[in-house]
Design a protein around this ligand. Structure first.
Ligand code: IMP
Ligand code: MG
Length: 172
């Protein structure tokens, strides 16, 4: 049986916040060669919604890192399973992530892409779970700051389930 769930961020709240982020990014990346790098699989819906709220010419690609598998705790070992296919030289890369939790994944990715020929590398995360941070990482754009709970929906999964839910829920 699936665990009970509580709605944490509604569909309308998601829509409004993604729109705001899109407006902010439109202002801040004007005149730049923006590349959105969505982190698969969790950020696929956020990336799709966010890119349509940015009124600029931009490129979109996805990367993939090793995931938690069926567990709700990070294993701490990161590997890139899919590199970007776009040439990043001289471009302004925005890593688009679903959740920064312990920070392990994003700190690793930020370091990895800092060594690329990109002009800049920033992070946009839909959710920041600051209280669980173990590795320091500066998240440049944050959709929502939350403290705890295992979240699902709007791309976020628990053992590959729930990604299609249109709002964000905490599993009880
Ligand atoms: P970190 O390396 O601990 O920061 O973990 C980041 C990754 O773990 C995110 O990209 C998410 O995919 C996943 N993750 C962390 N917390 C949650 C959650 O509450 N629900 C679903 N996935 C999560
Ligand atoms: Mg993720």
């Amino acid at each position: 049986m699936k665990p009970a769930r509580t709605e944490i961020i509604s569909r309308l709240q998601l829509q409004a916040r993604v729109e705001e982020l899109g407006r902010q990014l439109t202002r801040e990346y004007r005149g730049r060669q923006l590349v959105l790098l969505g982190v698969l699989n969790g950020a696929f819906i956020f990336t799709a919604d966010l890119c349509r709220m940015i009124d600029l010419d931009l490129e979109i690609d996805f990367i993939r890192v090793t995931s938690y598998g069926a567990s709700t705790e990070s294993s701490g070992t990161i590997r890139l399973l899919k590199e970007p296919s776009i040439d990043l030289a001289g471009k302004d890369v925005l890593l688009v992530e679903d959740i920064v939790d312990t920070g392990t994944t994003m700190a690793w990715l930020q370091e990895h892409f800092r060594q690329s020929p990109a002009r800049s590398v920033r992070i946009c995360s839909l959710i920041d779970k600051k209280e669980r941070r173990k590795v320091p990482v500066d998240v440049d754009y944050i959709g929502f700051s939350l403290d705890k709970g295992f979240l699902v929906g709007y791309g976020l999964d628990c053992a590959e389930q729930y990604r299609n839910l249109p709002a964000i829920y905490a599993l009880d």
